[in-house]
Design a protein around this ligand. Structure first.
Ligand SMILES: [Fe+2]
Length: 382
C-alpha cells in the first residue's frame, strides 16, 4: 500500500440553501467576492448570497472572472483591491473562478507577482501564506474547492498552463449548495461532469492510489453513475445535482491525494497551447485514452477497470455487460453525449502537445505517437 498524508478543507458544508447563511464562516469584516459571469447576477443568486452578508454589516467588493485566469488577471486584481485589504475571499463560480480566487487569496500575502511562484516557471515556491477562502462551486467538475492548486494559463505557442500550489491553498471552507447548481447550462454540465468523471477514474486506477483515495473515488463513481443521467434528463433536479456535486468534490479529494493519469497529462498541455475549456478537452480524450488503457491494463489495474464496468452497468441503461466489456460500452455512451464541436488543431500543435504531455500516474504508459493518435481521435482529425 502506498504511504500517504491526507489534506482537506477545514470545513466542508453540504446543505440546500447554505449559500444564504455564510456569515458565520467569514473572518474579519471586509470580503472580496470573486465570481463568474452575468448569470449569477441575472438569476438573482448573487443577491441571495450578498444581501444576508451586508445585512450583518460585512463590506463586500466584487470582481468577475470570465475565463481561465492569466497571471495578469491575478496580479491586476490584487493591485486593484490592495487598498480595500480584504480579510476573507469568497469565491462563487466554476473551476476557473475558484482557481482565480485561490491565487488571489494567496497573492495578497506574497510580495512578488504570481509568475515568480508558479510551478515549473517561477524562482521561488509560495510560502503558503494566504487569506481565508470560502469556495462555493456553481459547476460540478474540477473539484477545485477540494484541491491545493490554482491553474494559471497563458494560452498560445510559448504560453503555459501551470499551477500555483501549496497545501495551505486548499480553501479553508468549501460549501456545496445544490440549489446553486441548477442554473448550470447543459453544455457546461456535460463538460464539467466529464472532468469529474475523468478525475475519479484516473484517481481510481492511479499508481498513487491509497486506501483513502480509493474510498473517495469509489463513492464518487457510484454517486456519479447513479445521478448524472438524472441531471441530464432534468437539470432542475437538485437532489441529483447535489449527488453529482458531491462526486465532483470527491474527485477533487481523490486527485489531490492519488494524482491523475494520461487524460490530464495531455489535457493540461493542450490547454496551455489552445484556448479550449479543460472539461471539453477531457471529455473528448476519455474514449480514446481509456480504450487504450482497458486494452493494455494488467492485474490490479485491469481489475479496477472491470469494477468500473460493474459500477456503471448497475445504473446506466444501454450498458448490458459487467466488467471490461461494460466499461467499453460506457466509453461508447460517453462519446454519444458530447456536443458537436469544430475545433481545429494543426500539425504543429498536435506534435507539440503529444511530445510535451505525459502519463502522470497511469498504470499504462503511452508513446508520443499514441498520444498524438488519441488527440486526433478525440478531435476527429483524419
Ligand atoms: Fe480536471
Amino acid at each position: 500500500m502506498n504511504s500517504f498524508i491526507w489534506k482537506s478543507n477545514s470545513t466542508f458544508i453540504f446543505r440546500h440553501g447554505a449559500r444564504k447563511e455564510l456569515s458565520h464562516l467569514v473572518q474579519g469584516n471586509r470580503i472580496l467576492a470573486v465570481t463568474g459571469g452575468r448569470w449569477l447576477r441575472d438569476t438573482g443568486e448573487w443577491d441571495a448570497i450578498r444581501i444576508p452578508l451586508e445585512n450583518r454589516g460585512f463590506k463586500i467588493e466584487r470582481v468577475a472572472v470570465a475565463r481561465e485566469p492569466s497571471p495578469e488577471d491575478i496580479d491586476n486584481t490584487v493591485a486593484a483591491f490592495r487598498k480595500f485589504a480584504p480579510q476573507t475571499i469568497l469565491a462563487v463560480g466554476g473551476g476557473s473562478v475558484l482557481d482565480a480566487a485561490k491565487a488571489i487569496a494567496a497573492m495578497f500575502c506574497h510580495p512578488e507577482k504570481i509568475e515568480y511562484y508558479l510551478e515549473g516557471i517561477g524562482k521561488e515556491s509560495p510560502t503558503g501564506a494566504t487569506l481565508p477562502l470560502i469556495a462555493l462551486p456553481t459547476t460540478s467538475g474540477t473539484g477545485s474547492e477540494a484541491t491545493k492548486n490554482a491553474v494559471i494559463s497563458r494560452p498560445g505557442i510559448g504560453g503555459f498552463k501551470k499551477s500555483l500550489r501549496h497545501d495551505a491553498f486548499i480553501p479553508a471552507t468549501a460549501v456545496i449548495d445544490p440549489e446553486l447548481l441548477r442554473f448550470c447550462p447543459p453544455e457546461i454540465t456535460i463538460y464539467s461532469g466529464m472532468d469529474a468523471l475523468t478525475q475519479l477514474m484516473e484517481g481510481w486506477i492511479s499508481t498513487g492510489a491509497n486506501t483513502f483515495s480509493d474510498m473517495f473515488a469509489r463513492q464518487g463513481l457510484e454517486l456519479f453513475a447513479a445521478s448524472f443521467p438524472a441531471v441530464l434528463q432534468n437539470p432542475g433536479n437538485s437532489d441529483a445535482r447535489g449527488n453529482v456535486a458531491l462526486a465532483a468534490y470527491l474527485s477533487g479529494m481523490t486527485l489531490a491525494n492519488a494524482g491523475l493519469g494520461t487524460v490530464h497529462g495531455m489535457a493540461g498541455v493542450l490547454g496551455g497551447l489552445e484556448s479550449l475549456p479543460h472539461g471539453m478537452i477531457c471529455s473528448r480524450l476519455i474514449p480514446p485514452v481509456f480504450r487504450h488503457i482497458a486494452g493494455q491494463a494488467e492485474d490490479s489495474a485491469l481489475a479496477r477497470i472491470s469494477w468500473l464496468g460493474d459500477c456503471f452497468h448497475q445504473y446506466w441503461f444501454g450498458i448490458t455487460e459487467n466488467g471490461t466489456e461494460g466499461f467499453l460500452q460506457l466509453l461508447d455512451q460517453l462519446e454519444q453525449l458530447l456536443p458537436e464541436q469544430n475545433s481545429f488543431l494543426d500539425e504543429q500543435t498536435l506534435n507539440l502537445a503529444a511530445s510535451k504531455s505525459n502519463d502522470k500516474n497511469s498504470p499504462v504508459s503511452t508513446t508520443m505517437e499514441e498520444r498524438k493518435r488519441f488527440f486526433m481521435d478525440a478531435f476527429s482529425i483524419e
